[in-house]
Design a binder for this molecule. Structure first.
Ligand SMILES: *Cc1c(COP(=O)(O)O)cnc(C)c1O
Length: 414
């Protein structure tokens, strides 16, 4: 056994503590929901991806039980050897129909879906063009491919290369990247973007992205993990919201957020692409099948969301009520429509300390939120990221607003 690595890890972990970068986990002693129990105390939860309140929904819990009763606990096999049940095929069909594409292929997580996607499709002759703020799993998935890579400045569609004042580095717009890829004579091009960016809750400009993709003969890949089930009039996602259904080539998404929050993910695309991934996608070929209970509950989630828009409508209304009241109270909110509501502290001195202190005081008031500081967000962009859920009643929302106002006034910030 080696001693040197433990000396190294001890020192590095201590450094993380000193720099306040160590990730401490708060322990929840209850199911996920609008109300959770933390250290024996009931608090209102405003920081989960449980957008539709399905994480502890009775229908999903029942479906998960049904899945275990009818198809067992686990498959103990990858899909192509001895691990595909009829219900996996049903889920793949329903998910593709829900998102308006031909087919889908399941993975243990969206992290795996993104890890499986790029390497089999794009090689040395190809170009992957990616938004600078894309999720870590897209970045890692792209790393596994030998394709040439272009990074465009977040949501910048222009044909320019200029210094980004925020970083002092040169940055390109999407159209410039597409032009450069063409000049290098690449074979295939794909534009990869998050549908919703999780720190600001902003939505990718998919209409402009699709226009450019069509102009330059590129595929469009959208990771809609923070959108599937609730963004858009019927909850289909950012392609519905942006009115580009039918113009997106590949959607990846998760079952680990709005669709019940257990685990699992998928690539949703043309049947040729899913067929290729079933044959070549390494996390599909070398990792276990999604468990029957998760499959059955996710099918139920999609059935619920197909039969009624009630949950996403409630979420939309809750989000509007919260955002409007917080603006009226004088808080600095990044505008938008997403239930991710960033409350910014950029106008106060010592903003990262203020944000952390604010979050701690909110917890004393029974409101559970998290403050984000550098390096999770850029320097000076400290914030409390609130996430609204359809599980919240208007009473819960009011309680949160009143707590924010009380703490804000107490700290003389509003
Ligand atoms: C949460 C998230 C993922 C990871 O999903 P898992 O199913 O939990 O692995 C991937 N991409 C984006 C954009 C996400 O927000």
């Amino acid at each position: 056994m080696s001693k040197s690595i433990y000396d190294f890890l001890n020192a590095e972990l201590q450094k993380l503590e000193e720099e306040k970068l160590y990730k401490h986990e708060r322990i929840i002693e209850s199911p996920q929901g609008a109300e959770i129990i933390v250290k024996g105390r009931k608090v209102l939860n405003f920081c989960a991806n449980n957008y539709l309140g399905l994480s502890s929904h009775q229908e999903l819990i029942k479906a998960a039980h049904d899945g275990i009763e009818s198809r067992g606990f686990g498959l103990s096999s990858v899909r192509f050897i001895c691990g595909t049940q009829d219900r996996h095929k049903v889920l793949e069909r329903k998910l593709a129909d829900f998102l308006g594409l031909e087919d889908s292929i399941l993975f243990s997580s969206c992290f795996d879906a993104n890890g499986a996607l790029f390497e089999p499709l794009f090689g040395e002759q190809d170009a992957i063009i990616t938004d600078a703020l894309n999720h870590a799993s897209i970045i890692d998935g792209i790393r596994l491919s030998k394709a040439k890579r272009w990074v465009y400045k977040h949501a910048d569609m222009r044909d320019v290369e200029e210094e980004d004042p925020a970083t002092g580095k040169m940055a390109k717009g999407l159209e410039r990247c597409l032009k450069e890829a063409n000049e290098q004579g690449v074979r295939f091009k794909v534009i990869a973007t998050d549908g919703v960016f999780s720190m600001d809750g902003d939505i990718a400009p998919l209409k402009d992205i699709c226009d450019l993709a069509e102009k330059y003969d590129a595929l469009v890949m959208v990771d809609d993990s923070h959108a599937t089930g609730f963004i858009g009039k019927t909850g289909r996602g950012t392609h519905e919201h942006n009115d580009v259904m039918g113009r997106i080539d590949i959607i990846t998404t998760t079952f680990g957020k709005a669709l019940g929050g257990a685990s699992g993910g998928a690539v949703v695309s043309s049947s040729k692409i899913t067929e290729w991934l079933r044959n070549k996608g390494r996390p599909y070929l070398f990792s276990n099948t999604v468990a029957p209970s998760v499959v059955e509950a996710t099918i139920r989630a999609l059935d619920l969301l197909t039969s009624s828009t009630e949950l996403r409508d409630k979420l939309e209304n809750n989000t509007k009520v919260f955002r409007q009241a917080m603006v009226e109270a004088g808080f600095d909110i990044l505008p938008g429509v997403h239930p991710i509501t960033p409350i910014m502290f950029r106008k106060y001195q010592n903003s990262s300390k203020v944000a952390v202190e604010f979050a701690n005081k909110l917890l004393e008031e029974g409101i559970y939120v998290i403050a984000f500081s550098f390096p999770v967000v850029p320097k000076g962009k400290d914030r409390i990221r609130v996430q609204i859920s359809a599980a919240h009643s208007l009473e819960h929302i009011d309680k949160a607003i009143n707590a924010f106002i009380k703490v804000g006034k107490g700290m003389q910030l509003i």
